[in-house]
Design a protein around this ligand. Structure first.
Ligand code: UD1
Length: 418
């Protein structure tokens, strides 16, 4: 089990590269079994969620090969419709496989998915969407078994714009007979990326990003070479880290509209942000004003995946910040760790009240989930003295070369094996 040792209190300055979006790559990997032809995904980040997804694909019988930064999936010999339980426990996104495996084999079997322990994370919307497409579902002994002789298009209204349910239904509908319409669909940029990817394969999907997605079923899909969008959550994490420590950051390739809610809050905090061509520049004095209210919402609202990192910044902002977490009910596990560093945070249910203190101090803390772990790193980078952040397996799920990128900005951070 690795941990980071971090010497805090240094400003961060420089340019950072942004990886391809974890939440875009995972559904694209799931979609690769929809064709017998070769699928190449470029710039695939070296993160454990991707490794787990590739393991699942090879257990289904897909051949995976790699070049320096691309992954090539050849699923012509895929035979299995059963997604192994030991892998689904590691990765919630394995649930996407249900849509594409069903399309390919007309049946699929999966155990209940795992992933970050940040709340109940039900999959009722995924399952009711599949039922509308004609899928028969049996749930027993922790397994979900699905079968459908034919998948047929349907009009589906989601009770909530769930990202996973929207993507799953698209994957199951893309080769169904007839047209599927998903209303109250999630609008996240990663869904637009999935649409673009499928259309490059010959799919007929439109409307992603706008709330109503329309999928005209096609008979076949072909191979594709594709570069996914940049990771707006990784980008946001670096922007918040520099805002919190003070300094200057330059990044490229993340459209402003994909992180507009965060940029708006950082400007309220007193950061100077401007954009030139494809680049975003941020300047921060280090001790900022509080943003007063952060409320997580589906896209284009403030992303729940940046809530923890922003809360770390709020710990040393001038004034009080109220954080409201509307998506995942137990996403404050990091708060107790931040308190060890001197933060003044009170959590009540979905709300956290953070009173900014002058400075945090170093402490030994432990990551409990992916984004909460990133928040602890941000807090430690700004704190006085040395901190250790343990249980990096959470952080390694979603950030590739996190410490190398931070070091390049001037951070004192190293990984030690314990
Ligand atoms: C995806 C992201 C995750 C992000 C989340 C919200 C991936 C791989 N993961 O997760 O990083 O935090 O979107 O932006 O893309 N819900 C139900 N029933 C369902 C499905 C969801 O009630 O069947 C609820 C959830 O409990 C949650 C809300 O809907 O409260 C949002 O979840 P959802 O958008 O589905 O998140 P994920 O797809 O799991």
């Amino acid at each position: 089990m690795d941990k980071f040792m971090i010497e805090g209190g240094r400003k961060l300055c420089g340019k950072t590269e942004i990886q391809s979006a974890k939440n875009a790559v995972l559904p694209l990997l799931a979609a690769s079994v929809l064709t017998d032809e070769q699928v190449t995904i470029r710039d695939v980040p070296a993160i454990s969620d991707v490794e787990n997804m590739l393991h699942i694909l090879s257990e289904l019988g897909c051949k995976i090969s790699r070049t320096a930064d691309s992954v090539i999936i050849d699923s012509v010999n895929a035979v299995s419709h059963e997604i192994p339980a030991r892998l689904t426990k590691e990765l919630r996104s394995s649930v996407f496989m249900l849509g594409s495996v069903l399309t390919r084999f007309r049946r699929a079997r999966i155990s209940y998915p795992g992933g970050c322990d940040i709340g109940l994370r039900p999959i009722d919307l995924h399952l009711s969407g599949l039922k509308r497409l004609g899928v028969e579902i049996v749930e027993e002994n922790g397994y979900i078994s699905c079968s459908a002789d034919r998948l047929t298009g349907a009009d589906i209204l989601l009770d909530f714009p769930s990202v996973g349910a929207t993507e799953k239904i698209i994957l199951a509908a893309v080769k169904a007979e007839g047209t599927t319409v998903i209303r109250n669909a999630a609008k996240e940029p990663e869904i637009v990326d999935l649409q673009n990817f499928l259309n490059r394969m010959g799919g007929r999907v439109r409307g992603a990003g706008g709330g109503t997605v329309c999928i005209e079923g096609v008979k076949t899909l072909s191979g594709v070479e594709y570069t996914p969008i940049k990771d707006r959550i990784e980008a946001g994490t670096f922007l918040i880290a520099v805002a919190s420590c003070g300094g200057e950051l330059e990044m490229e390739g993340v459209p402003e509209e994909n992180i507009a809610a965060l940029l708006h809050k950082l400007r309220e905090n007193g950061c100077k942000i401007h954009r030139k061509d494809d680049k975003i520049f941020l300047e921060s004095s280090g001790r900022l004003r509080s943003a007063e209210l952060i409320e997580t919402m589906p896209f284009p609202g403030f992303p729940t995946d940046l809530q923890a990192q922003f809360s770390a910044l709020a710990c040393t902002s001038r004034g009080t910040t109220l954080v409201v977490e509307n998506l995942f009910e137990t996403r404050y596990k990091y708060a107790a760790e931040l308190r060890r560093m001197g933060a003044d945070i009170t959590v009540r249910g979905r709300n956290a009240l953070i009173r900014g203190v002058e400075r945090l101090h170093g402490a030994a803390v432990t990551a409990g989930d992916l984004r909460g772990g990133a928040a602890l790193v941000i807090a430690a980078l700004g704190a006085e003295g040395q901190s250790s952040v343990a249980d990096l397996s959470h952080i390694d799920r979603g950030y590739s070369e996190f410490e190398r990128k931070l070091k390049k900005l001037g951070a004192r951070i190293r990984r030690v094996r314990i």
